[in-house]
Write a protein that binds this ligand. Structure first.
Ligand SMILES: [Zn+2]
Length: 286
């Protein structure tokens, strides 16, 4: 157990928007855009039949060229010359581009061999918990079905956000996690943003002023931008995104029992909303 050993299961280093965006940028840097799939091999273990964890349609991949890599919320989609490959990292998934002759990492579920001109790309979806999903879709909208606008989408404004949220009577914390409303706000970033603007996680959304909702939207963006910058500045020794265990270093709130509010230094409280633990300060947040 490291210093993060006490975190609850819902605070595992899940790939959130910043981690997934850093992965998208890494794959672009490694030359995936413009590359053509040559061979795709799936591990022999049976895949979960539906829902998260599914692998389907990839027999269609050989010969297809990647036109672009898109992201909405925590989902990546490779837009192909025909069809769209949806990539969802689940709880523990990541994609590693391997060195020539490098053996497949442990927990590889899918092996991709691709070519971009003379450049061969050998990549692996590594996924210990096997909750990642790799699926073919007809179009980008179907790959991103059910997702609201991305939290960092430049066309999403604080006014849009306030309007969408202020009609709801639910507590603000679970609303922020509702990916159909705004995609990409995860548990730790929601808590961080609420703390920054001193709003309690249990406040009903329709009881929060427009001005405070505008400030909350800004705080969400700041938290996500800050985390993304941190990850981009801390790749591993091979330039890969730092997906694992850095939350405490990029966050103000320390998500461990007994930690203190960074503002007033009283112990943080926790409260569960739909099974996700909120950390908050009962003194600062109302
Ligand atoms: Zn406080």
């Amino acid at each position: 157990m490291g210093r993060h050993g006490l975190r609850g299961v819902d605070d595992l280093a899940l790939p959130e928007l910043p981690e997934v965006e850093s992965l998208r940028r890494y794959l672009a840097r490694e030359g995936l855009i413009g590359s053509v799939f040559e061979r795709v091999t799936v591990e022999l273990k049976p895949s979960p039949e539906k829902g998260t964890g599914a692998i389907s349609g990839i027999e269609q991949l050989p010969g297809r060229r990647v036109g672009s890599l898109q992201r909405r919320g925590k989902q990546i989609a490779a837009v192909l010359d025909q069809g769209v490959l949806g990539l969802h990292m689940g709880m523990t998934g990541r994609i590693e581009v391997l060195r020539p002759e490098e053996p497949l990492p442990r927990f590889t579920r899918v092996e991709f061999r691709m070519r971009n001109g003379n450049h061969e790309i050998h990549a692996a979806l590594v996924d210990p918990r096997r909750w990642g999903a790799v699926r073919m879709f007809d179009s980008l909208p179907s790959a991103f079905a059910g997702l609201g606008p991305d939290a960092l989408d430049p066309t999403l404004t604080k006014e849009h956000f306030a309007e969408a949220v202020s009609r709801r009577k639910a507590p603000i914390k679970p609303l922020l996690l509702d990916q159909s409303l705004i995609a990409g706000v995860g548990n730790i970033y929601a808590d961080e943003a609420l703390h920054r603007v001193k709003i309690a996680p249990g406040r009903r959304a329709n009881r929060i002023s427009a001005g405070n909702l505008h400030a909350l939207f800004g705080a969400i963006r700041e938290s996500l931008d800050h985390a993304l910058a941190f990850i981009m500045d801390h790749p591993d020794d091979r330039g890969r995104p730092f997906i694992v265990d850095a939350h405490d270093d990029r966050m103000r709130l320390r998500r461990v029992p007994g930690s203190f509010c960074p503002g007033c230094e009283i112990p943080l409280r926790t409260k569960s909303f739909g099974g996700r633990t909120a950390y908050y300060c009962a003194n600062c947040q109302h």
